[in-house]
Design a binder for this molecule. Structure first.
Ligand SMILES: Cc1cc2nc3c(=O)[nH]c(=O)nc-3n(C[C@H](O)[C@H](O)[C@H](O)COP(=O)(O)OP(=O)(O)OC[C@H]3O[C@@H](n4cnc5c(N)ncnc54)[C@H](O)[C@@H]3O)c2cc1C
Ligand code: FES
Length: 281
C-alpha cells in the first residue's frame, strides 16, 4: 500500500492534507504546483498515475502527477488547467495554502518493460503533463533506454507547455524533439499542422520502439494509425485514457469502459488491451 493510502487508511475517500510549496504560471490557462506531503512522506508513484485533489469547500478533481518519482525529493508536481470549479479554485491558491490529496491512484506506465527500447513520445496539449513524469524518469535512467523521440503539438505557440524543459531535452545526446502548432503566430518558425505531420521528420526502428501517446481523444485515432502504419507492434503502443471520474478507486462506475475502469485498470493502457473495446477509443 502506498504512503498516502496508508495515511488515510480509515477510508479510501479521506484525503490527506498537503501543502502547496510553489506555484508557477506556465501559460494563460495552466499553472504548475509543487506539492509537499506532511511529515516528509513520499508519494511513491509511478509515471502515469494521478491523484484526486480537493480544494476544501469546493470539490475534488483527478490530476495527473507531472513530475517523475526519480525527482521526488519530498515533493511532486501537478500541472493544472483552469477548467471549472475545482481547478479555478486551485488557481486562486498560493504557496503555503493547504489542499487535500488521495492517491497515487490507478495504473501508470510499466517503465521497466520499456528497458532496452527506443522510445517515441507523442503528447498533444495538456497530455505532456502526465508524459513529462515518464520522460523525466527515462532521462534520469538514460542507460536503460535507446533513442528518445518527442513529438509534441499544441493548438497555438502560447499553449505549448514546459517549453524550457523541451529545449533542454532537445540538447541532450540521442534525444530528438519536434514541435508543431495548429495556428502559428508571427514569432513561430517551426512546423505547422497536427501532430501526425511530425512523423515524417524522424526515423524509427519500429520493431524496437515503444510509443506512448497522451492527448485529447480526437488525436488518438490519427496517431494510432500513424504508429501502426510505421510497423510499431500493438503491444508496444501505450496511451492514457481519461474519463469523467468521481471516486477514482473503482467504486462508482463513472469511468467504466466495457469491463474496465479507467481509474483502476488505467489510466495507462496498452493498445492491445483496449483496441477491441467499443467504449475505449
Ligand atoms: C486521470 C485524469 C487525469 C487528469 N489529469 C489532469 C491534469 O494533469 N491537469 C489538468 O488540468 N486536468 C487533468 N484532468 C482533467 C480534470 O480532472 C478535469 O478538467 C476536471 O473536471 C476539472 O475539475 P473542475 O471542477 O475544475 O471542472 P469541471 O467543472 O468538472 O469541468 C470543467 C469542464 O471540463 C469537462 N470535463 C470534466 N472532466 C473531463 C474529462 N475527464 N474529460 C473531458 N472533459 C472533462 C466538463 O464537462 C466541463 O465542461 C485529468 C482527468 C483525469 C480523468
Ligand atoms: S471513477 Fe469511480 S469507478 Fe472510476
Amino acid at each position: 500500500m502506498n504512503a498516502l493510502l496508508q495515511a488515510s487508511e480509515a477510508s479510501l475517500y479521506l484525503p490527506v492534507r498537503a501543502r502547496i510549496a510553489e506555484v508557477r504560471p506556465l501559460t494563460r490557462l495552466e499553472k504548475l504546483y509543487r506539492i509537499e506531503l506532511p511529515d516528509g512522506m513520499s508519494l511513491q508513484h509511478q509515471p502515469g498515475q494521478f491523484v484526486e485533489v480537493s480544494v476544501f469547500g469546493v470539490g475534488e478533481a483527478p490530476i495527473s502527477i507531472s513530475s517523475s518519482p526519480s525527482r521526488s525529493n519530498g515533493t511532486f508536481e501537478l500541472c493544472v488547467r483552469r477548467a471549472g470549479d475545482v481547478t479555478s479554485a486551485l488557481h486562486g491558491l498560493q504557496p503555503g495554502d493547504t489542499i487535500g490529496l488521495r492517491g497515487p491512484l490507478g495504473h501508470g506506465f510499466p517503465v521497466q518493460r520499456f528497458h532496452g527500447k527506443d522510445l517515441l513520445f507523442a503528447p498533444g496539449g495538456l497530455g505532456l503533463a502526465p508524459l513529462r513524469s515518464l520522460i523525466q524518469q527515462v532521462l534520469d535512467d538514460r542507460r536503460n533506454f535507446g533513442k528518445v523521440t518527442i513529438l509534441y503539438g499544441a493548438r497555438h505557440p502560447s499553449e505549448l507547455l514546459f517549453t524550457e524543459e523541451l529545449q533542454a531535452w532537445s540538447a541532450l545526446p540521442d534525444v530528438e524533439v519536434h514541435l508543431t502548432v495548429d495556428r502559428p503566430d508571427e514569432t513561430w518558425k517551426g512546423n505547422v499542422g497536427v501532430i501526425t505531420t511530425l512523423f515524417s521528420r524522424t526515423s524509427l526502428y519500429a520493431r524496437n520502439t515503444v510509443a506512448v501517446t497522451v492527448g485529447p481523444p480526437v488525436m488518438y485515432r490519427f496517431v494510432l494509425m500513424e504508429l501502426l502504419g510505421k510497423g510499431i507492434p500493438e503491444a508496444n503502443i501505450w496511451l492514457s485514457l481519461e474519463r469523467r471520474m468521481k471516486c477514482g478507486v473503482g467504486k462508482c462506475g463513472h469511468c467504466q469502459m466495457n469491463h474496465l475502469y479507467a481509474c483502476l485498470d488505467g489510466p495507462a493502457f496498452c493498445y492491445d488491451q483496449i483496441r477491441h473495446l467499443e467504449e475505449a477509443l
